[in-house]
Design a protein around this ligand. Structure first.
Ligand code: HEM
Length: 235
């Protein structure tokens, strides 16, 4: 694949991610922004008055993180407007911290079932862990590692989009081929699939878009026989 074709594919993928992130963020957050209890999309726990509040407090900052994420991966923005990248990065960081703390409450109060609660707890832990690593590495000036941790982190943010796509696919399958499935079956499978598939896709990207180019560059400096050319050593 030529560099031009690779770039075109990358832009196409970026547009798909950005547009679906925008769509899901606006669609999901709107009822919580206007505080419309009637249009809440998941069943509320009748024993916990703060359940709705925890979901609203989770949905608003999480949607912001979902929206900001794609722009942080655009090299041109990062290079031309480093201050904007830093400021958006800070807002993203704050949004994920708020989104994950409130997700813990939403998961604890959830009436969606144990298996989905476990999936959300694991997602929250991974969301926070990858964020801390991304922050730690950039503070240490390790740009490539920061990029790798941010790919992992945004893959988890993007689980919100994947979950809803799988939910729609699952409900369509239920209607046409698998009438025995309940909504809960589909919801639980969608939550786990969103977590696992996104993690695998992130690792694929890390290997192909970051580690392989780095390895190729190192091979140019250090040929396969392991000898360091005089020119490379002296720079
Ligand atoms: C790793 C990241 C995330 C975790 C762990 C998480 C966790 C949760 C949990 C536990 C619930 C309640 C589900 C239930 O009771 O069945 C929930 C609901 C919700 N989350 Fe997240 N979430 C994450 C990312 C996001 C993102 C990025 C958005 C942005 C759109 C988002 C938006 C929402 C919304 C709007 C709801 C309410 C359900 C609905 O209206 O569809 N979440 N989330």
């Amino acid at each position: 694949m030529t560099t031009l074709t690779r770039r075109r594919w990358w832009w196409l993928l970026w547009c798909l991610v950005a547009v679906s992130a925008l769509g899901i963020a606006l669609y999901s957050v709107e009822p919580y922004l206007v505080g419309d209890l009637e249009r809440n999309r998941i069943p509320l726990n009748p024993e916990v008055a703060a359940h709705y509040l925890s979901i609203a407090a989770h949905a608003i900052p999480s949607s912001l993180a979902l929206l900001i994420g794609p722009f942080q991966f655009v090299t041109r923005i990062r290079v031309r407007y480093p201050k904007l990248h830093r400021n958006l990065g800070r807002v993203y960081l704050g949004s994920v911290v708020l989104g994950s703390i409130t997700a813990l409450f939403a998961a604890t109060f959830s009436v969606s079932g144990f298996s989905v609660q476990v999936a959300f707890y694991i997602m929250t832990a991974a969301w926070l862990y990858t964020l801390v690593q991304a922050y730690r590495t950039i503070r240490q000036g390790q740009v490539q590692l920061h990029r790798i941790w941010m790919i992992r982190n945004y893959a988890l943010t993007f689980a919100a989009v994947s979950l809803r796509i799988y939910l729609i696919i699952g409900l369509m399958l239920q209607e046409s081929f698998l009438p025995g499935l309940t909504f809960d079956d589909v919801y639980h499978a969608a939550a786990w699939a969103a977590l696992l598939v996104n993690v695998m896709v992130a690792e694929y990207f890390i290997i192909h878009r970051t580690l392989k180019p780095l390895a190729r560059r190192q091979q140019v400096i250090r040929p396969p026989d392991g000898r360091v050319p005089a020119s490379a050593g002296s720079s």
